[in-house]
Design a protein around this ligand. Structure first.
Ligand code: ATP
Length: 593
């Protein structure tokens, strides 16, 4: 499957695998195909260190540390090393016991759960025992799995397609599965429910306190006039705060916090947990932005909040960088799901929730300022007010819209000052490759190859090289982080026409700005959408200093968004001679196919 890049092919292969799997193992297979043991929000990270894995290889195959290190230097991948040393053992005709999914899952689960004193040794023993039963290619992939380098390219939505195909016979049921997944973010749960209770139960899935809901996202627009025209049923403008998005779940006295990419981050914000336990209602799911405060209670920029993302010294950081939790939505309250309620009903419920909590320190738990807007002047003046308060802009919301889990639509529209001044919005792009620097940057990476996400194909397509905006410290940190993701050849999930010195698993997302989106034959994002054999490229790209740890690679700027930005640029400047202003590029693509 590592060499298969067509999504359709992948779906069919996966559907066949699922059909041939014992039903009781299907949820586990769903997680394993994604290189996971359980959904991300459960916070189980296998991530064995390379050193520990190398020790397990020594123990399983009787190789010496020097042999392993020489092979690692040669291949650059412990998975390849495992294949080589296990092949040597196979030549000695040792016939292993056959591995089953059940055994693999149980062993990996035990390894993941072994923490604390003596855990390294038990991890080595556990993994060596597994390797002893593995064939050559199994040894390779298991090694990549435990080091977090197994990327078979199966995105969440491909698994949903495969489930629909395998167990309902029709891909069209994928819509229902997707809705259930958006509400629970748990592929194994969806798979199990489908198998045990059928598609009817899938259709009836409701939000569950404790399982994060996939976030609703905003589209961007560049003028207050167009926002008013778009939201004809009525609009409310809210401050857009520049902090970290958090979804909070409370059940009884237990509070859990989830990040934008649905990782469990409860321990980062104990002060938020404390505020929420003082709320009168004990059963709710709310969403908001955690923002660092200065001594006078003014919002501080996002970078200040990052001081709170740490494993050690949490208590001191909490005192030095206090936060406020600024709520902007409520999705569940006292046993009732509110997702399908219109914005106005949810907003009222949110205000009531906070109002009824008299004991809460009012500067720590707030509802984001919001105002009804009926014309563009009101939006523009509220934008000025939000900027003066230290916000990045506004999010203008459709008053009749439900909460659309997992969707980026015009029911929420973000509006920042940059949009009006014709400077492009920031882009969040994935690093897929890098080349070594020269001069002062020798020995480190100097330029990075960045890609946007093509959601339809589940592929990362390149759009720029970037080398400006980085401090020496940035470069050092990024180069260090990337070492973990280094791979010997281009990932099958990456589409590129250039060859950097090193390739990486598409994982690290950084924020960049650029003066313009142009067309270039070198890049593959949106290839042929506007001009045959050209993709979207960035002019004067610059790193903003923000590493978007809160975004998964699949949350990065999409090719579709690049297309929309390009079109909006053409509309504004009317300066791209060959750009088809009247005909939609999407329409052109459809005609071509
Ligand atoms: P950006 O990079 O601009 O923050 P994003 O890609 O992270 O955008 P979007 O959906 O495009 O996410 O923009 C909405 C984001 O703005 C939310 O994810 C949230 O973190 C933040 N935000 C701040 N204030 C609000 C608000 N009042 N309502 C909704 N989202 C808000």
């Amino acid at each position: 499957m590592t060499k298969t890049s067509s999504r359709l092919e992948l779906t069919n292969i996966l559907a066949d695998i699922l059909k041939a799997t014992d039903p009781s193992m299907i949820p586990k297979v769903a997680y394993l195909t994604q290189g996971k043991l359980c959904p991300d929000f459960e916070g189980v990270v296998l991530g064995m260190a390379d050193k520990t894995v190398a020790k397990a290889l020594e123990r399983a195959y009787g190789a010496t540390p020097a042999e392993i290190q020489t092979l690692l230097r040669k291949t650059g991948d412990l998975g390849d090393v495992a294949a080589i040393v296990s092949r040597d053992q196979f030549q000695q005709a040792l016939v292993p016991e056959k591995l089953t999914v059940e055994k693999v899952y149980a062993s990996l689960d035990a390894i993941a759960k072994s923490v604390g004193g003596g855990s390294i040794n038990s991890r080595i023993t556990g993994f060596a025992a597994l390797l002893n039963c593995a064939s050559i290619s199994e040894a390779k992939f298991l090694t990549r799995f435990v080091t977090g380098k197994l990327r078979v390219g199966v995105a969440d939505y491909t698994v949903l397609d495969a489930l629909a195909l395998a167990f309902t016979g029709e891909k069209k049921n994928r819509g229902l599965l997707e809705k259930a997944y958006n509400l629970t973010s748990d592929l194994g749960f969806v798979a199990e429910l489908l198998l045990t209770k059928g598609i009817g139960a899938i259709a009836a899935v409701k939000a569950i306190v404790g399982k994060p809901i996939r976030p609703m996202l905003a589209e961007r627009m560049d003028s207050s006039e167009s926002i008013i025209a778009q939201l004809s049923s009525g609009a409310v403008a809210e401050y857009k705060l520049d902090g970290e998005r958090v979804q909070a779940h409370r059940s009884g006295n237990e509070v859990n916090l989830f990040s934008r990419r649905l990782d469990r981050i409860t321990s980062h914000y104990q002060d938020v947990v404390e505020s929420l336990t003082q709320v009168e209602s004990k059963n709710f799911i709310v969403e908001g932005e955690v923002v660092a405060l200065d001594g006078q209670g003014k919002y501080l920029p996002f970078q200040e909040l990052m001081h709170r993302r740490r494993k050690y010294g949490v208590a001191e950081a909490m005192k030095k960088y206090p936060t406020s939790f600024n709520l902007f939505d409520i999705l569940y309250l006292n046993g009732k799901e509110l997702i399908d309620e219109p914005y106005t009903v949810r907003r009222q419920a949110l205000e009531d929730l906070v109002k009824r909590s008299k004991t809460v320190d009012s500067s720590r738990l707030l509802v984001v300022p919001a105002r009804k807007v009926t014309n563009s002047e009101q939006i523009d003046s509220m934008l000025q007010e939000a900027l003066a308060a230290g916000c990045e802009g506004l999010v203008v919301k459709d008053v009749v819209s439900p909460y659309r889990a997992g969707a980026r639509e015009f029911a929420w529209i973000k509006f920042k000052p940059e949009y009006r001044e014709n400077v492009r919005d920031t882009l969040d792009l994935v690093i897929v490759g890098a080349s070594h620097g020269m001069g002062r940057r020798a020995g480190r990476y100097g330029t990075f190859l960045l890609a946007a996400y093509d959601k339809d194909a589940d592929i990362f397509r390149t759009t720029t090289k970037i080398g400006t905006g980085f401090t020496d410290l940035n470069l050092e940190n990024i180069s260090k982080t990337l070492q973990k993701d280094k791979i010997s050849e281009k990932s099958p999930r990456v589409d590129a026409r250039v060859s950097p010195d090193d390739w990486f698993e598409p994982r690290l997302v950084i924020e960049v700005i650029a003066s313009e989106i142009t067309l270039s034959p070198i890049y593959t994002a949106g290839l042929g959408l506007i001009r045959p054999e050209s993709g979207f490229a960035l002019r004067f790209p610059k790193f903003t200093g923000k590493i978007r740890t809160d975004k998964a690679p699949e949350d990065s700027t999409t090719v579709q968004e690049l297309l929309e930005m390009y079109q909006s640029q053409v509309r504004q400047f009317k300066a791209e001679p060959k750009a088809p202003v009247k005909t939609s590029p999407l329409k052109q693509r459809r005609q071509k196919v």
